[in-house]
Design a protein around this ligand. Structure first.
Ligand code: SF4
Length: 223
């Protein structure tokens, strides 16, 4: 476990995270989940579609999709070829159609068509992994969860908040040090900073407002 175990060091990490959040909030005041939705079902569908796909493409097709399919039953009773046609612009559309179809069939059969608001039930649904479940709980149900996507993973590693590579273990590390009230906000800020500044291949360390709080050893080589 990479995180400090002594009481003082643990408190130091929490203070550093507080400062990271304050600074990132100033430069990314618009940080939010980059998907459009008006219900838990819409967010669930958008998240299934968004796996390894660009959020802007998902935002383009979801308004029409959500107009056509209003309930879990609508997705469950449609045919797979029809659904494939409706989302055919998105990569892995065959697998994603099947996931949506199976997931919504389970929602209808087991949950009266409603998206459950707890982790265990969400994880029991086809096509729903821990990242999707946590993002859903955090953004549709107001629960303070950590959804570990590619940006949250990369930045928490570079910022020295975890040494883990497994998303579940990263989530556990972050849950220990990010205050409950800030968890969803923290993830949005890391996602925006990861897209705009701390990009994967060549982070813009010289213009990074949290540079002084970042122990990433390679940051000197990017100046
Ligand atoms: S200093 Fe560099 S590595 Fe650290 S958070 Fe900023 S951009 Fe990322």
């Amino acid at each position: 476990m990479p995180l400090p175990t002594s009481k003082d060091a643990f408190a130091g990490t929490k203070t550093r995270i507080k400062k990271i959040i304050e600074r990132l909030a100033k430069i990314h005041p618009d940080a939010k989940l980059d998907l459009d939705f008006s219900s838990a079902l819409e967010l669930l569908i958008a998240l299934i579609l968004a796996a390894q796909a660009r959020d802007d493409l998902i935002r383009k097709i979801t308004p029409g999709l959500f107009k056509k399919y209003r309930t879990a039953k609508d997705y469950a009773k449609t045919s797979l070829p029809k659904l494939q046609q409706d989302i055919g612009r998105i990569n892995f559309y065959r697998n994603k159609s099947r996931s949506i179809h199976n997931c919504c069939s389970e929602l209808v059969e087991r949950f009266g068509g409603k998206v459950p608001d707890n982790l265990d039930d969400l994880l029991s649904l086809p096509g729903v992994g821990r990242k999707t479940a946590n993002i859903l709980l955090g953004n549709a149900f107001g629960q303070q969860t950590i959804g570990v996507d590619t940006h949250v993973m990369r930045l928490s590693q570079r910022l020295g908040l975890t040494e883990e590579t497994d998303p579940d273990k990263i989530e556990a590390d972050l849950t220990r040090v990010v205050s409950p009230a800030q968890r969803v906000r923290f993830c949005h800020l890391l996602q925006y900073h990861g897209r705009r500044i701390c990009i994967a291949k060549k982070p813009k360390c010289a213009e990074c407002v949290i540079r002084g709080l970042c122990p990433y050893p390679a940051k000197m080589t990017w100046e």
